[in-house]
Design a protein around this ligand. Sequence first.
Ligand code: SAM
Length: 328
Amino acid sequence: MASMSQVAASQHMYATRAGKYDDSWHPQYAKRFVRIVNPHPGQRILDLCCGTGLELFLLAEAFNDDSKANDDGVVVGVDATAEMLAVAAERQRARPELADRVKLLRHDVTHLETLRTTDALAPLEKHSFDTIVCSNAFVLFDDPDAVVASWRRYLKRPVYTAATHNPNDSHEGHESHRGIHHHEPGGKLVVDIPHEAAQRGGLIMERVARRMGLVFPSNRSWVTSVNSFRDVLERNGYHVDRVIELDHISGQGATYCTAYHVDELYDSLTKSSAFATMVAGAGPGVEMATVERRGRSIFHEEFLKDAGKDGRVFMSDTMYVYVARLAS
Ligand SMILES: C[S@@+](CC[C@H](N)C(=O)[O-])C[C@H]1O[C@@H](n2cnc3c(N)ncnc32)[C@H](O)[C@@H]1O
């Protein structure tokens, strides 16, 4: 943000949302997301931007099979907002059987390298995680490329072993030099990104903020299609195994907003913690009512840029979930 870093803006936004964050579509969505992650007992999982711990505890539950009681499965959750982590810590107290499997850390996930050894929990070991997940958060970051590049160092590396036939064991002489390659794929990264037309009000507000010289606390302008994040991953050394499109994420389904409802949409957005953060980022002395008044006509203009010939704007309710691995 102009006068607030990305992490400060997120802290501002989620500090006020923490208490009611779970009264939303997020708990249901977390179940669908974790099914795609498909955790196994004994794994080490890093949950970046774990928030109130919705995915964290579902992931930990997957290890909590009595027969594996002594395995070393662990889920490390990292988040920057104390209020969100406080809700996760409450969950941890309420689930003593999972408490040992869950570690919570407060830190900026775009700068994990600055986690100090003196921190209460051991720093994240390099190349030690089977899975890294980041749900409902990636489009908050300023620099998507730098972030996925920085996370590479925490994923287990793929292992290639090559053994060569002993020529004497081969009936066919020409096969004797052929290598037998064994490949373990290494750790995986699972990240979700909203469809380019999802949560569209916020997307339009991002442009309004830019025109007003302010910054909305999300960065979705780089997402123009399902390939946008795939491209980010591929140019930073990941191989994308699959992309799953989850529909009806908020339960609402795809819909259209007509020009008659623009004010309604705008009014609902100005009540959000994201809008309050956008105003706070403008600096002291800037009144919410002033920003609201100036922003309304710009919002109308930006809405019309997205509208089809029939004056309607398409609103998707889809999330793209990417499952990727280190390419080498
Ligand atoms: C929408 S919540 C998602 C929480 C959880 N993953 C879920 O799906 O319910 C976004 C979270 O990202 C965290 N966050 C945003 N930027 C961050 C950063 N740079 N470092 C650490 N946490 C961050 C916020 O504190 C917030 O808890």
